[in-house]
Design a protein around this ligand. Structure first.
Ligand SMILES: [Zn+2]
Length: 79
């Protein structure tokens, strides 16, 4: 019984089971993620685990920030 409770708490802490992105996968999807994000689509739903990785990984967070500002400046340029 105690063990069960412990398991429940642990699951709550870990959140819903989902794919966990590695830096490599993060990098692979970054273009699309930023495109969706800038386009106003639900990027987090399209690429689950991405936001969590960006929040936990300074290197990818940095990449994401610079790519996003690049895409934003490019977008306003071509319109
Ligand atoms: Zn990373």
């Amino acid at each position: 019984m105690i063990h069960r409770e412990h398991d429940k708490v642990l699951r709550a802490l870990l959140g819903p089971a989902g794919p966990e992105l590695s830096c490599e996968e993060c990098f692979e999807h970054l273009d699309r993620y930023v495109e969706l994000e800038v386009g106003g689509a639900d990027a987090d739903e399209a690429i689950p685990g991405m936001r969590a990785h960006l929040q936990g990984c300074p290197a990818c967070h940095e990449d994401h920030a610079s790519l996003r500002s690049f895409v934003l400046s490019e977008g306003s340029d071509s319109r």
